[in-house]
Ligand binder design. Sequence first.
Ligand SMILES: Nc1nc2c(ncn2[C@@H]2O[C@H](COP(=O)(O)OP(=O)(O)OP(=O)(O)O)[C@@H](O)[C@H]2O)c(=O)[nH]1
Ligand SMILES: [Mg+2]
Length: 286
Amino acid sequence: MTRCGTIVLAGRPNVGKSTLLNALVGEHLAIVSPKPQSTRLPVVGLLTKDDTQYIFTDSPGLLEPQYRLHEAMRAAALRAIDDAEVIAYLHPLGEYPAPPLATVARLERAPRAPIVNVYTKSDLVSPSNRPTVQPSDVLLSAVTSEGLDALLAVLRERLPEGPFHYDPEELATQPMRFFASEFIREAAFEQLHEELPYSVACEIDEFREGAEPVYIRAVLYVERESQKGIVIGEGGRTIKALGAAARAKIETLLGDQRVFLELHVKVLPKWRRNEPALKRLGYAAS
Ligand SMILES: Nc1nc2c(ncn2[C@@H]2O[C@H](COP(=O)(O)OP(=O)(O)OP(=O)(O)O)[C@@H](O)[C@H]2O)c(=O)[nH]1
Ligand SMILES: [Mg+2]
């Protein structure tokens, strides 16, 4: 008998949810940044190992919403928590102990699914400073890979018996256009400074997968005219570097197929606070 089920990776911003998804799946699917709030939409990653298929969902960090985009991110995270069969609740080991998930997520009642407490970034805590955790807690590091197998063993016990939902070879369920737009955003987090990445959204206008090289035309939206100038940079230097970084990421996920990426920068005034804009960008449930 096989086992198969959904596991949400949940927790506050920047605790290492997306990094863990990538480490478990063995492929860079979810965007990662030292800046918090990089994940805006859930990302699904699959791992099939022996008799078990793990369907992981990386979720946006649980935060106190300050504008409409935050509300959409929080709603997406709560939905992912609600839909999961097991909740992996992540918190940095250096900030032990984790407050209850129900407090962090401001849940009215405890979630239905069992919760596994996962303490992340164990490599940042020296052995002499390690707290004594509960036996059911998992300590892990995506840098050293400590604890990844232990986590899989704990999750496996909590997954229902049943047939696999996906082909064991598959790693992702979302379309390439989604990953292309996310990787452009990841490049924006890398190349732009301070608060600017938070004002950036990406829309794929055209994606010709049959073409050689694969042709992608995308728009980077910012909120103000002054931001547009910074994203383009002197003589187009910044947008060029951003595009090159994004293209390399997309090519890797496409199995080293060549990509031609055409990037435009446009202003969509205050899109983070604007419901129709959020819908159009795929952030708000329509
Ligand atoms: N040293 C160390 N750093 C880590 C580890 N896991 C993640 N990080 C770093 O922590 C930062 C945040 O990682 P993310 O995976 O983007 O965190 P997240 O929880 O997805 O963040 P949001 O999407 O913003 O909620 C990045 O700089 C990662 O490289 C780890 O195990 N060890
Ligand atoms: Mg993330």
